[in-house]
Structure formats: C-alpha cells, structure tokens
Write a protein that binds this ligand. Structure first.
Ligand code: GLN
Length: 208
C-alpha cells in the first residue's frame, strides 16, 4: 500500500458471508449491508476462511444439507463453527445450527454448534405461515414484526443457550444465542427492520 494511503478500519465494517447454497441470500446481503457490515455470498470452503462471520439463510434445510454435501461444505462449516466463527441462522439456518433435529428428513444432517433440539416444520406446513409481534432480550425499542414460514421451534435448549424470545402463539422458543451463534425461527431478512442483523454485526465485532 502506498505511503500515506489511509488504512481501512476493518473492525468498523466486518466482512460477513451469506451461505449461498440455497435460500434468501439476497435479502440477508441487503440487511447486512444496511447494518454496518460488508456482505458477500459464500459457497466454497476457501471463501469461508476470509469472512469474519456467516449468515445461514432461510430456505429449505434438506436442500441446504444436500448442497452442503455436494459442495464439500459440511465438514469445513463444522470446523469453522467449532473454531468460533460467529454465525446467524434464520429459519432453515436455525435448523442447520442445531446440534439435534426432530422431524428431519431421513439421514438429514446439520452443521450444529448450538446445544439445542430443533423441531422442523413445528408450527405446521405452508398454510401455517404467519406473522406476529415479538419482543427479544437484548433488542431495544418496539416489538419486532416476525415472519414465520414453515418455521421450526426450539424444543429443548442446553444450559449455555440464552433464550432471547418466545412466540405469543404457542409460547415456544423462537430466538436463541450461544456465544457467537445466533438463531431465529423467523425471517428478519424479510422485513425492513434490521435490529437483529445489527445485533449480529455487534456479535461479529465482539461488542456483545
Ligand atoms: N421448513 C423449512 C426447512 O425445513 C424451513 C422454512 C424456512 O426456512 N422458511 O428447512
């Protein structure tokens, strides 16, 4: 770099990857870009090495799992997560971060990382998609509008898992955090409210 050239302050805008195998990648890239991060799609193991954090989008967890196997991403993802890479999973992404899965497809595997049991399609099928207002620990201000689409819920959470919120309908756990790992049953990327992405950016920066 030429002398006198300003050195960019990377801590001010961390680089966050969005796992781009399947799902609503573009929506997460947009939400992260509006939350003080630089965001890029990631689909290969080498690309994982360059990011400060990773988002696993909503979509379909059985497809994410199958594509992760074909793209040789299952083991690299597991290694990076156990090495402490911060990650945020929404909906299918929450499923992928669960150590244990109920009602998965035959042989379905996850990346794991959060000591929780997640029930897939827990609220019912597509007809049971719904929106509701929800309050989360650690998110200040008015209630969030949460969009649930064939959503999972957390059936059981280990002692190290912080429960951030439950839904008003079934009183089930729908948002959790364990260290640098964050997961929601719903899709904050589908609403203009970026508070959850901002929380994740703060986690990536080590601010919280
Ligand atoms: N039911 C889906 C699954 O099993 C998740 C739905 C979603 O991400 N909107 O992956």
């Amino acid at each position: 770099m030429p002398e006198g050239f300003p050195v960019p302050d990377i801590s001010a805008a961390p680089l966050i990857g969005v796992l781009a195998l399947q799902g609503d990648v573009r929506e997460h890239v947009r939400a992260l870009s509006g939350s003080g991060a630089r965001a890029i799609p990631v689909r290969r193991p080498e690309e994982l090495e360059s990011v400060d954090g990773l988002v696993i989008p909503g979509g379909e967890s059985t497809t994410l799992w199958r594509l992760a196997v074909s793209f040789d991403m299952l083991d690299p993802m597991r290694k990076m997560l156990s090495a402490g890479l911060p990650a945020f999973g929404s909906c299918a992404g929450m499923i992928m971060l669960a150590d244990r899965l109920v009602d998965g497809a035959a042989g379905q595997q996850t990346f794991g990382g959060i000591d929780m049991t997640v029930r897939r399609n827990a609220f019912g099928r597509q007809v049971d998609s719904f929106e509701s207002d929800i309050r989360l620990n650690g998110i200040a201000g008015p209630a969030l509008r949460a969009v649930f689409i064939r959503a999972p819920w957390v059936e059981q959470a280990g002692a190290d898992v912080e429960i951030l919120g439950t839904d008003a309908r079934a009183d089930r756990i729908v948002a959790v955090r364990q260290g640098p790992l964050l997961a929601t049953s719903f899709h904050p990327e589908l609403t203009p409210d970026t508070r959850i992405h901002e929380l994740f950016v703060d986690i990536v920066k080590g601010n919280t």
